[in-house]
Write a protein that binds this ligand. Structure first.
Ligand code: ADP
Ligand code: MG
Length: 254
């Protein structure tokens, strides 16, 4: 048994919308170097929890730490700089920019204005060159290099998911949070996405992902957290969750 080594610790995080409590997480830990699945029915609060932890929404209460550092009050870009990045359930690829520009906009220290300013002046410093090299390497890894000059809007749904994942890696994160990375992706690409996710874990990265397909979840997760009505109602190894008949029947179907 390995000693618990949480990379992310969440305490008392709550968020309501009007009278609806969307997230009410008493305590949650994500262990370093694992693939952890966050599962639960539609409306359970999975995406809201991602938004809160990554600085894209504000908590009503609670605190959380990443790598021992409190992240409360940091905005999305600041959180990303700490090494915790996320993708969105609905991909945020900028459809009217090229694949390569989407990558470069995600580069560290690269605010949009700075990048466009550098382009406009024709000044590509060492940082810009390093970013471009990193972007190309990632596009190659995700089999998108041939598309680098095409508009992101011309990519298939699955390729956009791959681009999202590649983009998230531009800041060289230690943890990635993937919100339904497989949704709407054809079966061939699902296999490829799964391979990428396990490869990231095998390289030492921590992965927290939201998914609905039970075969996918059971197949690649080291740990599963079940969320329902904003609360963690169960967690454990895949075999334990599968054997938890109450949870499976009530929340996961089949
Ligand atoms: P999941 O990702 O698990 O399907 P969400 O986090 O998207 O669930 O939503 C949790 C609950 O919070 C849902 O009832 C949803 O309608 C509500 N919700 C999410 N975002 C907002 C918002 N910006 N305004 C109002 N209600 C919201
Ligand atoms: Mg969601």
């Amino acid at each position: 048994v390995t000693k618990p080594d949480p990379i992310l610790t969440v305490d008392g995080v709550r968020r309501s919308f009007g009278g609806l409590t969307a997230v009410d997480v008493e305590h949650l830990e994500v262990q370093r170097g694992t693939i952890t699945a966050l599962i639960g029915p539609n409306g359970a609060g999975k995406s809201t929890l991602f938004n809160l932890l990554t600085g894209f929404d504000r908590v009503d209460a609670g605190e959380w730490s990443f790598e021992g550092r409190r992240l409360n009050r940091l905005g999305g870009h600041q959180v990303a700089r700490t090494g915790m990045v996320r993708t969105f359930q609905l991909t945020k690829a900028l459809t009217r920019l090229t694949v390569m520009d989407n990558m470069l906009l995600a580069a560290p220290g690269q605010t949009g204005e700075r990048m466009w300013g550098a382009f406009a002046r024709g000044l590509w410093g060492r940082q810009e060159r390093a970013n471009a090299e990193r972007a190309e390497a990632l596009l190659e890894r995700f089999k998108l290099l041939a598309k680098k000059d095409e508009m992101a809007g011309s990519l298939s749904g699955g390729q956009r998911k791959l681009l999202e994942m590649a983009r998230s890696l531009m800041v060289n994160p230690s943890m990635v949070m993937l919100d339904e990375p497989m949704a709407g992706v054809n079966p061939a690409l699902v296999q490829s996405l799964l391979g990428h996710i396990t490869a990231l874990r095998d390289e030492g990265m921590t992965v927290l992902f939201v998914e609905h397909d039970m075969d996918v979840i059971m197949g690649i997760s080291d740990w599963i957290v079940v969320l329902a009505q904003g609360r963690v109602i169960a967690e454990g190894r895949p075999a334990d969750i599968r054997a938890n008949k109450e949870v499976v029947d009530a929340y996961l179907g089949t």
